[in-house]
Design a protein around this ligand. Structure first.
Ligand SMILES: C[S@@+](CC[C@H](N)C(=O)[O-])C[C@H]1O[C@@H](n2cnc3c(N)ncnc32)[C@H](O)[C@@H]1O
Length: 178
């Protein structure tokens, strides 16, 4: 996955395109990896927390933020284990290229009223081209839309998107907790 390398700090295009829909305030980046999206948001004045299971990724993210002259709060923790998203703690929660279905209720509870989720990850169609192949980590068609059906949908797309040589089958949503 080329866009999540530690050498590539370009934020996700879907986040950049829709950042104006994120209320300014406290944002959580779940499974933040090397921090490309967290650092981008911090640079725009958001107060960003980032969590990832990889201690190495978390360390790199913190260092990269410092080098960029921004501050993010980072935590190495297992989203399937001890870590729980703070209830009503966030104005925004973002998640890119990571699917954990059991996390969706926590994301909803973690947002304040008026808070916004930005979620993008792979569809079942991705399996034909590469990773991930395990259906546990791939969205079914319309699944992401269904997951947030009690939120107000501000943007949704799903399909195959090409970016240079990179071709990815993904679904992406921006939705507001009303
Ligand atoms: C494909 S990367 C995406 C990183 C980042 N969201 C991005 O778009 O650049 C998936 C990330 O999920 C993290 N991850 C996998 N399982 C996890 C878990 N149980 N708890 C927290 N993070 C996890 C990995 O360490 C990895 O950094």
């Amino acid at each position: 996955m080329h866009d999540t390398d530690r050498d590539n700090y370009e934020p996700a295009p879907f986040l950049v395109e829709n950042v104006a829909l994120l209320p300014k305030g406290r944002v959580l980046d779940v499974a933040m990896g090397y921090g490309r999206n967290a650092i981008y948001l911090a640079g725009l004045g958001f107060q960003v927390d980032g969590v990832d299971i990889s201690a190495e990724a978390v360390r790199y993210a913190g260092e990269a933020a410092r080098k960029s002259g921004v501050s993010i709060s980072v935590l190495a923790a297992n989203l399937e284990g001890e870590y729980k998203i703070e209830k009503n703690g966030y104005d925004g929660i973002i998640c890119f290229s990571y699917l954990q279905r059991s996390l969706i209720p926590q994301i909803k509870a973690g947002l304040r009223r008026g808070g916004v989720v930005v979620y993008e990850t792979f569809l079942v169609d991705q399996a034909q081209w590469g990773k991930p192949k395990n259906p546990d980590y791939l969205l079914k068609h319309n699944e992401l839309l269904e997951m947030f059906r009690n939120f107000r949908c501000l943007r949704y797309r799903e399909g195959v998107f090409e970016n240079g040589k990179d071709r990815r089958a993904i679904a992406s949503i921006v939705a507001e907790k009303s």
